[in-house]
Structures are given as C-alpha cells and as structure tokens.
Design a protein. Structure first.
Length: 380
C-alpha cells in the first residue's frame, strides 16, 4: 500500500476519526488508526467500540491531491502517527507500507518508520441498511445536541441517564435528557418522517463528539437506526454509536402544566447577571444563588453569597413579571448552561412553588424547547 496526499486534507479526516480513538481500551488494536486504500478512495477509521468514525477521502477530487500508487490496508498507532503527520515539514506526505507492516512516512527530507498491525484484525463496522433514513439539517441537529447534552448525567450509577432519549413518531423528533436535577427537551418537526417510529437512547458522549464533527460546510445529516446502533452520515464522514439499553424514565409528567409566577428576561442579560452572582457562590460549599421576585413592587433581585468572601446583590432588568411573590434558590451553573442553550432571545421563567422545579422556555417558541431546573433547599 502506498499513497501521496496533501497533508491538510489528510489531517482534517484524521482529526475527525481521532475523536473515536481512546488510549484506554480492552481491545489493544483499537488504539490504532485503520487506513483502507482503494483505487477510488482512502478511508480512515477510528473506534473505541462505543463510537466508530469513518472518513472517506475521494481520490477523484483534485483538491485532495490523493495519488494512489498501490492499494491495501494497515492499522497504525494513532497517537504516534497523528503527532508525526502534524509535524511533517512539507505540504504533501507519502505513506508506504512495506514488509511485516512496517510503514514509512516521508515528507521533504523527513522520514519516519513505524510498525503497524494487520487491518484484518480490526473489528468490522456494522452495516446499517437505509430502510427508513431520516434527513436533518446539520445546523439544526448541532443545535439540538448542544441544547440537550447539557442535562445528561455524568454519574454511572444510573447509566440510562447518561444518554439522550430520542423518540420519533407522528412526524416529530423529541429529544430529552435529565440528570434528575435538571431536564432539557427539544422537539423537531420532521414531516418527511411521518411514517417513522423509533425509541432509542444515544449516549451523551457520542452526541458531543458528533456535534464536533458537524462543521459549517455540512448541510444535512442522514440518520439510520439498527437494533443496537445508530449511524449518522455527514458528508464523507460516517459516525456510528452504540445505543444504551433499558427504559428511559417517563419525563413528560415532570414538566409543570401551570404556574403561579412568570417573568421574562433578555437571555444574554440574565446570563451576565447569573455569572456575576456565581463569582461568590462558587466560593461557597453549596454553590447556590437566590432569586427574589416581587410582583407587587415589580422587582427582581439576585443574591450570591460566600461566608468566607462576601456577598453580591443585583437588581435585575426584566420585561414582564406576573403572579405571586417568590423567593427561590438554585444552582447558578445549571441556569448558565440553560441560558447558553437558548442563545440571543427573550426567555420566560415559570414557577409553581419555592421548592418545585421551574421551567425556562424561549418566549417566542414555548413548545419546541423547554428546560427544567430543580431548586435547592436552603436553611436560613
């Protein structure tokens, strides 16, 4: 196997597949990068058994400048190979696999020799047929991921909560994540998927890595489901992820259908204020800020406190406050994550009681994106 290629093109694909390669794996060959070279394409593959990423470099594309001298396949130590490729001196490089899988990498006056392994020992990726593929705009999928993965659990005590629950039915995709302290739910209208019916749980880690591969030049993503796998096809990249097994808790009953107090804020303005209040709350053991809403006096005040450092108090700007007076405490980091998810918009906070979860929704679209935060009980 031998080929010459523009390094910049190769590094782009290498960076994509490297997201799936872990240095900690029970299958030693998975610390390697797999290269498959045919007359028409060079295919790079990385996997950690949970996530597998395959990136194809087309030999017929002039911009790739891929010149195939002889076809074949090899797996190479991913960490060393990546470091070598990124440090080579010239714009192009040549990879030449010789006897006993010894691989020579040359660029200009630089030459490296590293030992590879037989690609036949690399686990094969599943073949997922396109019976009912879904097509989603890449920017919408990237936004959905960002808005939901913030709420997945990082604790392995309840593995099912480390994933995002995705249901597709009646032309809608509903994505929900919760760590039992907060919840994020995003709904997409998919009229083209009216006949599709899926109920799966995708690991949050997989979706975070997928989001990083969805660059601006990718316009659409095709999604295919199998028994225990999901495949995302984005341009020349195939992203596989295992699915989590088990039943996700019914979260629909957690979302309040009524409220006693509502207030509207400009999201970036509230985000800045929460950031200032959390400067001191982070120095405290419980990391809590307090929000006081007085509908009678039309005032909203936020408080942050650290017994060792001091306290902060700030009157908040808002556009509308109705209902009962309320004082509530919450984790400011949860609120910051939620506000960053909605972006540049006006948001509505709706409360039912000081110790009941409250909701955060974009004011102009209250049905497609909702977040829930559980308050913190404080003792004063």
């Amino acid at each position: 196997m031998k080929f010459t290629i523009t390094r910049a093109t190769f590094i782009k694909s290498l960076n994509d597949v490297s997201r799936a390669i872990s240095t900690k794996t029970t299958i030693p060959i998975l610390t390697n990068l797999k290269l498959d070279l045919t007359d028409t394409a060079l295919i790079l593959t990385g996997s950690d058994a949970d996530i597998s990423i395959e990136s194809k470099i087309d030999a017929t594309s002039e911009t790739n400048d891929l010149q195939v001298q002889s076809t074949g396949s090899i797996t190479l130590p991913a960490r060393f190979f990546s470091e070598i490729v990124k440090r080579l001196p010239e714009k192009t490089m040549t990879v030449d696999v010789q006897d006993n899988f010894q691989t020579v990498i040359t660029s200009g006056q630089s030459e490296f020799k590293i030992n590879g392994l037989d690609a036949n020992n690399y686990p094969r990726l599943p073949e997922i047929a396109a019976e009912n593929p879904l097509t989603v705009p890449a920017d919408v999928l990237r936004q959905l991921i960002a808005q939901t993965v913030i709420a997945v659990s990082t604790q392995e005590t309840r593995p099912i909560l480390t994933g995002v629950h995705i249901q597709i039915q009646n032309g809608q995709l509903i994505a929900v994540a919760t760590d039992s302290h907060r919840l994020a739910q995003r709904v997409l209208e998919l009229p083209a998927a009216a006949g599709a019916d899926y109920d799966v749980i995708i690991p949050g880690k997989s979706l975070i890595e997928l989001g990083r591969t969805l660059t601006d030049e990718i316009e659409t993503v095709e999604i295919r489901f199998a028994d225990n796998q999901v495949l995302f096809i984005a341009g020349n990249t195939l992203f596989y992820s295992r699915l989590l097994e088990g039943n996700y808790p019914d979260t629909s009953r957690l979302i309040p259908t009524s409220s006693t107090t509502t207030i509207e804020f400009d999201a970036p303005t509230l985000l800045s204020a929460i950031g200032r209040a959390s400067l001191l709350s982070h120095e405290s053991a419980n990391n809590v800020v307090r929000l006081n809403l007085n509908a009678d006096q039309q005032s909203a005040t936020i408080y942050g406190n650290s017994p060792d450092v001091g306290n902060v108090e700030e009157a908040l700007q808002f556009t509308n406050l109705t209902g009962d007076n309320l004082e509530i405490s919450f984790n400011p980091d949860y609120m910051k994550d939620a506000l960053q998810g909605v972006g540049q918009t006006t948001i509505e906070l709706a409360f039912t009681a000081p110790l009941r979860p409250f909701t955060l929704v974009p004011s102009e679209d209250k049905t497609h994106f909702i977040q829930l935060i559980t308050p913190v009980r404080t003792f004063s």
